[in-house]
Design a binder for this molecule. Structure first.
Ligand code: HEC
Length: 117
């Protein structure tokens, strides 16, 4: 009986250990990536994550820029290609020319390259 009562407590203790070691926090973002994340959340996510304007087709996910280095259109996600889309817009995406200075553009790209962590 006593041993039976002891097991759940031991399991609880173990699960505590596993959730601590098994669920590591994500690699923290650098300050640059963090700044880019803020810009992305303010300027891009309402379309690219939430599609708040209900565009059809919905704005594509930008995750593959980071994971695979490719744009939604299948092309290579070079810095220049990203800068071009952001500056000039594309289809229903508005042009952001003049909205970001060079530093901010670099932050934004640094964040896109994390795969949107
Ligand atoms: C008003 C909604 C909207 C906003 C805001 C927006 N986008 Fe887009 N974006 C789109 C749409 C729609 C497309 C698809 C364009 C197409 O292929 O016709 C797109 C496409 C893209 C592409 C892929 C282009 C390609 O050729 O594959 C990138 C990269 C991109 N957006 C980045 C951004 C970034 C970075 C921001 C924030 C600075 C942003 N977008 C803000 C709607 C938006």
């Amino acid at each position: 009986m006593n041993a039976g009562r002891g097991i759940p407590i031991a399991l609880l203790g173990l699960s505590g250990v596993f959730s601590f070691t098994g669920c590591q926090p994500q690699t923290p973002l650098t300050p640059e990536q963090q700044a880019g994340k803020h810009l992305y959340e303010v300027r891009c996510a309402h379309c690219h994550e939430e599609n708040d304007l209900n565009l059809k087709p919905a704005p594509p996910s930008l995750h593959h820029i980071g994971e695979q280095g490719i744009l939604p259109n299948g092309g290579a996600a070079t810095d220049a290609a990203i800068v071009n889309v952001v500056n000039d817009g594309k289809g229903k995406m508005p042009a952001f020319r003049g909205r970001f200075n060079e530093e901010q553009m670099n932050y934004l790209i640094a964040y896109l390259r994390t795969g949107l962590k």
